[in-house]
Ligand binder design. Structure first.
Ligand SMILES: NC(=O)C1=CN([C@@H]2O[C@H](COP(=O)(O)OP(=O)(O)OC[C@H]3O[C@@H](n4cnc5c(N)ncnc54)[C@H](OP(=O)(O)O)[C@@H]3O)[C@@H](O)[C@H]2O)C=CC1
Ligand SMILES: O=C(O)/C=C\C(=O)CC(=O)O
Length: 354
């Protein structure tokens, strides 16, 4: 075995159907008295349920979480937390709401309790993102890592199937890239493989029956493991491409991950064949990880072409230029011609072969 460094990042996880009932106990264990509940406008009902459960400990609800955390909403939420005398924040929702909690914590050190209802995985990472004047800045700071995470699969039953599939593939992207990260280690390798296995068996099952609690539990378990990998090791070409396409062309986050992932895997296959074999085995496509990921997305009705999620063909050259500038480390060197072809294939929705 090669030498490696492993740094454990600590957070407390309460997992299982119905675990929202432990919320008050968890707030108490944080040593907090008044919690500001965060959500998007669309998840206001869930936030009200949370506030009802904690009763007097609820300082209020801030329901203005927005994708990619615009600085204005972060400032407003910070001011609201201060005005209400909150000594912790509860983020219930997807990565956008968790991201808002992180923006508050970055500034104030307020402890965050996250209750994820998508599979994006932000709750397990010390990574934050804030958008100012149209530019998203990301960074890492342990202050933003949620102290406690409650994973309650019952809360994800209402997550629309289409979004469940693309969000699940967003999670799988973290695990796939974590397996060949420059700073990967055997512990993250175990989590990544198990996360890929859990998610690839969950997605067809929850597509068949969105209320299947066992499938929803598998998906949330997979999201936890994949998110942990994202929080512990560096990401590569795939995440760089997704951040380029999401940030500069305003494409939807989980869908971009879904479309690009098979192509990024195909790009890297010859550089890391053993890793691709591990990914392939974990998703039940032992000889072709890239093709297997494409088939998984397509068979569950997810988008497989950038042209179907709002990308203009005329913008592919600019996207390639942005992605080759300041690239993340990648196991195969980033070559512009090959990357431009990758983008063309992803735009057309071609099935890649690893
Ligand atoms: N820092 C990190 O480590 C990470 C950050 N991220 C960031 O998180 C964001 C993406 O997260 P993601 O979760 O995909 O996006 P969102 O949090 O924006 O959620 C996506 C959609 O899911 C819907 N939704 C969430 N929960 C439910 C539910 N229980 N029932 C029905 N609908 C629901 C939301 O609807 P509605 O709008 O109505 O609430 C929204 O339309 C991006 O900004 C990304 O950059 C992602 C991964 C890791
Ligand atoms: O951009 C961020 O907020 C930080 C990381 C991610 O979004 C990870 C991802 O691309 O899913």
């Amino acid at each position: 075995m090669d030498a490696f460094v492993y740094t454990g990042i600590a957070s407390r996880v309460v997992f299982g159907a119905g675990s929202l009932q432990h919320l008050e106990r968890e707030i108490e264990l944080l040593g907090a008295r008044r919690a500001l509940v965060l959500c998007t406008p669309g998840q206001r009902d869930q936030a009200e349920r949370v506030a009802a459960i904690i009763g007097d400990r609820a300082a209020g609800i801030f329901d203005q979480a927005v994708m990619h955390v615009p600085i204005e909403s972060a400032r407003e939420a910070r001011a609201e937390a201060q005005r209400m005398g909150a000594d912790c924040a509860i983020a219930i929702g997807g990565g956008s709401t968790t991201g808002l909690g992180k923006a508050i914590a970055l500034d104030s050190g307020l402890p965050i309790l996250a209750i994820p209802t998508t599979y994006a995985g932000s709750e397990m990472t010390p990574i934050y993102g804030i958008t100012e004047a149209g530019l998203k800045k990301t960074g890492k700071d342990l202050r933003v890592l949620p102290r406690t995470v409650i994973y309650d699969p019952e809360l994800t039953i209402g997550l629309p199937v289409g979004l469940s599939i693309t969000s699940g593939l967003n999670a799988m992207a973290h695990a796939a890239e974590g397996l060949y990260a420059q700073d990967t280690n055997p512990i993250m390798g175990l989590l990544a493989e198990e996360g890929l296995r859990a998610m690839s068996r969950a997605l067809p099952a929850l597509k068949a029956d969105p209320a299947d609690l066992s499938a929803r539990s598998d998906a949330l378990y997979g999201a936890w493991l994949c998110g942990t990998v994202l929080g512990n090791v560096g990401m590569a070409l795939h995440h760089k491409l997704c951040h380029t396409l999401g940030g500069s062309f305003n494409l939807p986050h989980a869908e971009v991950h879904t479309v690009v992932l098979p192509h990024a895997m195909a790009y890297n296959t010859r550089a890391v064949p053993d890793v691709m074999a591990r990914i392939g085995r974990a998703i039940g496509s032992p000889d072709d990880a890239a093709g297997g990921l494409f088939d998984l997305a397509q068979s569950q009705g997810a988008p497989v072409a950038l042209r179907d999620i709002g990308m203009q063909e005329a913008d592919l050259d600019r996207a390639a230029d942005i992605a080759v500038g300041n690239p993340y480390w990648n196991p195969r060197p980033i070559e512009r011609t090959a990357l431009r072809q990758l983008l063309q294939d992803a735009w057309e929705g071609k099935r890649p072969k690893g």
